[in-house]
Design a protein around this ligand. Structure first.
Ligand SMILES: Cc1ncc(C[n+]2csc(CCOP(=O)(O)OP(=O)(O)O)c2C)c(N)n1
Ligand code: SF4
Length: 334
């Protein structure tokens, strides 16, 4: 067989480079003991960021908790595509809650485990942005305020995808959805609405909050592992592009997730007890057009006449994040 030279830059990637690392540094994907918590056979669309995000997050949690994890899942794409009755793609104890009460159900499961003296069993609640930022928000805030021993993971695809792409309070300004059509003087979703749940979680002073992206899977795994070492209420918000809802090519899922970070629109950070402890610097800063253009939900911004003012407002949002989370070394980028 012909010898292939392994290039140094591949170290730590998800391909051959993983095998060049020490065993304890390797990603979950490269680990033979990977649980494959979300197994093959589910019915997510091709290129679904949510399926990818859930697979990595829950496998990382399983590894951190010595395979002692119970997951409570809000209604939404992740639940629907993974459990078409009577089948399931989950290889872990998994319970479907209602659309709006995953956090409360998880709190109950955690309380039951405590009563039974099963402290080693760790509980995760998970749901889409609709189930988290809208209908499930009251239960989530209660879980934070009581500091219940649950890790809540929000897979943010920025709309209610399962029911046909309706707007949620995580839908970005100007985005076209089935309920924010690209018509009128200000097409798409309005500016100045919605809510920033990672920051609201921080305002509860809970032990751990983080944002993560499917474009940076090692970072995502590390954040999940870190969250699993803490007790009390923890929250991770993962950006998971949805080819169907965003009007993007399935092969662009990772590219878009990366561009969201590189523009500054989706800052990656961690916070403990309400204080930001770490933010990931942007290595290559890109203008927001690069992120917006490949997505049909923003196509109306790039018609015959470019919506310069709207794009400038979106750029201003990215710039504000960059300043706020210190994402760019101004001396390097000017
Ligand atoms: C009380 C209630 N209202 C509405 C629905 C219908 N419903 C099911 S999933 C869903 C949207 C889910 O959106 P999101 O939480 O963003 O998850 P995604 O599908 O995007 O992953 C809706 C509206 C429901 N199941 N229960
Ligand atoms: S609609 Fe979007 S979130 Fe739902 S399965 Fe398809 S790609 Fe995934």
């Amino acid at each position: 067989m012909e010898m292939q030279q392994i290039k140094f830059y591949q170290t730590g990637t998800f391909t051959v480079g993983n095998r060049l690392l020490d065993a304890d540094q390797r990603s979950v994907q490269a680990n033979m003991a990977r649980t494959n918590s979300l197994n093959s056979g589910h019915r997510a669309c091709q290129g679904c960021g949510e399926a990818l995000g859930a697979r990595y997050a829950i496998d990382a949690a399983m590894r951190a908790a010595d395979n002692q994890v119970i997951a409570c899942n809000a209604t939404g794409c992740l639940e629907v595509f993974s459990t078409p009755y009577p089948e399931t793609s989950w290889q872990i104890p998994w319970i479907h809650s209602l659309f709006g009460n995953a956090a409360a159900v998880a709190t109950g499961v955690a309380a039951a485990m405590k009563v039974k003296g099963r402290k080693e069993v760790r509980v995760i609640a998970q749901g889409g942005d609709g189930g988290t930022t809208d209908i499930g928000f009251g239960c989530l805030s209660g879980m934070f305020e009581r500091n219940d021993d649950v890790l809540y993971i929000c897979y943010d695809n920025q709309a209610y995808m399962n029911t046909g792409v309706q707007r949620s309070s995580a839908t970005p300004p100007a985005a076209r959805t089935a309920t924010t059509m690209a018509v009128g003087a200000a097409p798409g979703n309005a500016f100045g609405q919605g809510k920033n749940v990672p920051e609201i979680a921080m305002a509860h002073g809970i032990p751990y909050v983080a944002t993560a992206s499917v474009a940076y899977l090692r970072d995502l795994e590390e954040k999940v592992s870190r969250a699993m070492t803490a007790r009390g209420a923890r929250y991770i918000h993962i950006l998971v592009p949805c080819p169907l809802g965003w009007g993007a090519a399935p092969h662009d899922t990772i590219r878009l997730a990366r561009l969201a970070v590189e523009t500054g629109l989706f800052p990656l950070f961690e916070a403990e007890h309400g204080e930001v402890t770490h933010s990931t610097p942007i290595r290559r800063r890109v203008p927001v057009e690069e992120y917006l253009k490949p997505q049909k939900r923003f196509a109306h911004l790039f018609g015959k006449t470019e919506a310069v003012d709207t794009i400038a407002r979106i750029q201003a949002m990215a710039d504000r994040n960059i300043r706020k989370y210190r994402l760019v070394d101004e001396r390097r980028h000017g």
